[in-house]
Design a binder for this molecule. Sequence first.
Ligand SMILES: Nc1ncnc2c1ncn2[C@@H]1O[C@H](COP(=O)(O)OP(=O)(O)O)[C@@H](O)[C@H]1O
Ligand SMILES: [Mg+2]
Length: 381
Amino acid sequence: MPLAATPIAPPSDAVRSLAWTAAIERASDSLPRARGVARYRRRDYLHDNRVAVAATFDATAGLPGSGVFVNPATGASLLVAADSQPPVRTAAAVDVVVAGAMRTAEQLRFRSFYLAAGAARSLVVHQRSAAAVPTPLVAGTRLQTTLTGCTPFVVPRILETGLHRRENADWVVEEALDGAPVVRADAEAAAGELIALLPQMWQRLGTSHDRLDPDQRARALVAFAGLAEDPPDGIWPAEVDRQATWHRVRDLLNDERPLTIGLSHGDPGLGNVLRLADGRLALVDWEDAGHRVVAHDIVKVLMSSPDPVRLAATLDAPGSLRPALAAAGAMPWRRQLATALLLFLSGWRNRHFRAVKRRSVTASQRRMHALIRVLTVLLDR
Ligand SMILES: Nc1ncnc2c1ncn2[C@@H]1O[C@H](COP(=O)(O)OP(=O)(O)O)[C@@H](O)[C@H]1O
Ligand SMILES: [Mg+2]
């Protein structure tokens, strides 16, 4: 009688992330790691598919940085508590490993945290899709290192970078900050602070002006034409006139005045912001940083705020940028914001169908309504 094969469950993403973390610790100079005989001591980790946490880690001990593991909306802990599965044992020294929300089956990404006082470190790891092609994390980190002292908010210092060859993954060690995600009661204030602080960074680092790239313009026009002429059900807010909006959009995208270019974080919405214990704001997750239309960053802040339409109605050219805008004969600021929003909307179809696949259509429709309403508010004056 043939033996029945016992199916072996593949390790969860959290357990894979933990194994990669242990290997990177051995290669790294800046991560805490077990030395001497302690190397042979293995530690237990509780885990589910997304999180692995050292069994000895006490999130209630108020360690610097442990506020990151609290859901800002509910106050609930994000860490695995009940050990429904047997713990895994590894030689890692890490406290908490969190698999990234944007990971896919082909590309694991995660962030690990070391919170012991004096050695607060965060390790971020992104797997490459092709061995020879670095992930965006590499270029983003290079820009991040140039920012120390150039921004009015806190940017984590980079301590070490490397490549995990066996798994084809780029990794970066940075300082772990002592903060927590922005809670709902603080969201409006934090968004306002960011909108005031980002232009200070652009001014310090310098801006230039350039016309909208013709390919980008063409893509934005085609995407918006599809949206205005034949939107999927429920995507377009009922009270907004589609034809009139399409006319205004065409007029805007044919505005030849130059746009303000500078160092953009890429996604400085509240999801990538920490409120630090000393009250300052920190901006994390610089993987999408690059030189582009800076209005893009304001749009991202706006869309992450509790009431984007109301906030959009109040926005005006930042005082620190006004001389540069005037000297360059730049497009008026609110039109720049509307243009950046239209460039972002160029990807609406992909995002919509991804949402359909993930069964998150309602949230996606809500986001589209907000984007279109903000667009019309920006164009209203
Ligand atoms: N240097 C850091 N120190 C402390 N917490 C951090 C640091 N960097 C990121 N975080 C926290 O970890 C979360 C996830 O990190 P992030 O790089 O934004 O990953 P992703 O967006 O892929 O989930 C952030 O939203 C933030 O709460
Ligand atoms: Mg992030």
